[in-house]
Design a protein around this ligand. Structure first.
Ligand SMILES: [Fe+2]
Length: 366
């Protein structure tokens, strides 16, 4: 990549192609103290109020800088590095490669908590691990009531829902969700009926005195890739048909429609939703429904198979952080008469983890 000049025009050269950089694009980036607030790095002017046909009056190039004078009297000095960086304008997070895993995964991505962890390099490593595997477990997190709120807000901002700022996972009388019983919970994603679906779930174990109640995780990404390879027609229909997800209680009716496997604009994995207690398949031709039900059964079989399900016990002080767009989670049943099992959960969104990760990357010059 290289910048070149010719006839008061600036060109960007890359892989044998040479393209002019629009003068207005450069004018938008003027960076003197009258144009950019030094602290926030935000513009002090509104480019939509400028004339669109601004031209370059004078331009010069050195090893490190591009100096431009525009015909509206404004001059600026831009670093070459900052211009080149914009031509690889991608979100770094998307470049972290997802690692497919199944029940043979030995590394449970453990990181030991300390009070300063949120500003330490270890948190950067934990977040990288989170994006690679879809989960991490912080050990020895203080088992104080509501500590999860403090934890979540130290990464970003908690995502409040109608279940509250956080929720207590323990068996209770007259529950409005099966999570609040001692029944087993098959692998599922949380809140598929919400728009948008909460991105990340945090689950903090305060007490776990029962012999059952194991936590389970399944990598929806691994299962999706398996389905795509071995059952392409099932994969196709699950990525095409929008299903209604619904939650109803006395105070609220929540509904959202989405594919069970959602792909991004490049047809790559984006999100899975799976919660057989809450989904309503649309009325379609009988043949299409035959195919849809077969596809749903197959993905359910894969999600529930021993091949993909990781099973482990959370002990007091463990805080599991999991990607609710990628992973499914559940638990085995337990006997509430054996003792207490008490977890606290809450949600955060990707802006929290992305923002923290990028901040730490900048801080440690990684
Ligand atoms: Fe859940």
């Amino acid at each position: 990549m290289k910048i070149e000049l010719s006839d008061n025009k600036v060109f960007f050269k890359n892989n044998g192609s040479k393209k002019e950089i629009h003068p207005f694009w450069l004018r938008e980036r003027v960076n003197g103290k009258d144009f950019i607030d030094k602290g926030s790095q935000q513009r002090l002017f509104d480019p939509t109020e400028l004339k669109g046909n601004i031209k370059i009056k004078n331009v010069s190039l050195s090893d490190r800088y591009l100096k431009v004078a525009f015909d509206d009297g404004v001059e600026t000095k831009l670093t070459i590095q900052s211009i080149l960086k914009e031509f690889s304008n991608v979100n770094d997070i998307g470049l972290i490669e997802k690692i497919e895993w199944d029940s043979s995964l030995n590394n449970l991505n453990n990181f030991e908590f300390n009070n300063n962890i949120f500003e330490e390099k270890m948190m950067y490593e934990a977040l990288i691990s989170f994006y690679k595997y879809g989960f991490v477990i912080f050990k020895k997190v203080p088992t104080e009531n509501n500590f999860i709120v403090k934890f979540a807000n130290s990464i970003g901002s908690i995502r409040r829902t109608n279940f509250g700022e956080f929720f207590n996972v323990k068996s209770k009388p007259n529950p409005n969700d099966l999570a609040y019983t001692s029944l087993p919970l098959a692998p599922h994603t949380d809140n598929p009926y919400r728009n948008p679906v909460p991105c990340i779930q945090l689950l903090h174990c305060i007490e776990n005195e029962v012999s059952g109640g194991y936590s389970t995780l399944v990598d929806g990404y691994t299962v999706t890739e398996k389905l795509k390879k071995d059952y392409p027609n099932y994969f196709k229909i699950l990525t095409e048909i929008k299903v209604k997800y619904q939650f109803i209680d006395q105070d609220v009716v929540l509904e959202d429609w989405s594919e069970m496997i959602k792909l991004d604009e490049n047809k790559n994995f984006k999100q899975v939703r799976f919660s057989p207690r809450l989904d309503f398949v649309p009325l379609m031709d009988k043949e299409k429904l035959d195919l849809y039900y077969a596809a749903r059964n197959k993905i359910s079989e894969l999600y529930n198979s021993d091949t993909y399900r990781l099973e482990f016990k959370l002990v007091p002080g463990d805080l599991l952080m999991m990607d609710n767009y990628r992973l499914l989670h559940g638990r085995t049943s337990y006997d509430a008469n054996e003792g207490n099992r008490f977890l606290q959960g809450c949600y955060i969104d990707y802006d929290s983890t992305e923002g923290k990760l990028k901040h730490l990357k900048r801080k440690f010059k990684i």
